[in-house]
Design a protein. Structure first.
Ligand SMILES: Cc1ncc(C[n+]2csc(CCO)c2C)c(N)n1
Length: 218
């Protein structure tokens, strides 16, 4: 079995927990409170900037130029998506500024930075894979279930259920499988751990938006 298949199976409890979050269910129904979506958008804009630089750092470390080119493309995509958020969604949802990076986003971003700085490139690539894979699946899940003809979150759903985004997901999975194939068993295990940890952070990111988790005041 491919590394990605085995790892995806291991992550199913986390994926189900994400799908069952009220945030996802209410977004699908179009009933999600706007303040929760605004919290999410601001944190996501901050996340995307960090994520873009992590992807560029991975690209710099990849030995195969085809892989490096792919990650440079993802880095560009992350920064472009951030611009789109800023220019369209921030205006639509009346968000004036990013605000501060809150605990869940901070934890996720700095975990990714630590992995790319101190672990092997294989492990770093595996840590960024849930971002692609889980979003692709969540996007499709919501798209298939949106019933309200003018769901206020339709534009967001369309971003992640788009066909070109799906191509990136498939390609990133294939690159991680190629890296896993040439890695030692110990590295493969580290890759799986990193994937599961990042998948958990994806869960926590939505949960934090749902419950508006912010820094505890002094
Ligand atoms: C918390 C969080 N996780 C994943 C994504 C999705 N995403 C962001 S950039 C990118 C790949 C292209 O560079 C993908 C799939 C998000 N927006 N926010």
């Amino acid at each position: 079995m491919k590394w990605s298949e085995a790892t995806w199976q291991e992550s199913q409890a986390i994926y189900s927990a994400i799908i069952n979050l009220p945030f996802i269910q209410e977004m699908t129904a179009g009933t999600l409170e706007v303040t929760k979506f605004q919290f999410y958008l601001k944190q996501d804009a901050l996340y995307l900037t960090y994520f873009g630089s992590v992807l560029a750092a991975i690209a710099a470390k990849l030995a195969d130029p085809k892989h490096a080119l792919a990650y440079l493309g993802y880095a560009e995509q992350a920064i472009v998506v951030e611009r789109v958020l800023h220019e369209s969604f921030f205006k639509q949802y009346a968000i004036a500024d990013y605000g501060e990076m809150q605990p869940s986003c901070h934890h996720y971003c700095h975990y990714l930075r630590a992995v790319v700085g101190f672990e092997s490139v294989e492990v770093a690539a595996a840590a960024t894979l849930p971002c692609f894979w889980i979003y692709g699946e969540v996007g499709r899940y919501i798209k298939d279930r949106v019933q309200q003809p003018n769901n206020p979150y339709q534009a967001w759903v369309d971003t992640y259920a788009a066909a070109d985004f799906n191509t990136s997901v498939t390609e990133a999975i294939a690159i991680c499988d190629a890296l896993a194939e040439n890695a030692s068993e110990a590295t493969r295990e580290q890759m799986t751990k990193a994937f599961l940890r990042a998948a958990y952070f994806e869960y926590d990111f939505w949960l934090a938006a749902q419950t508006q988790v912010s820094w505890t005041p002094l």
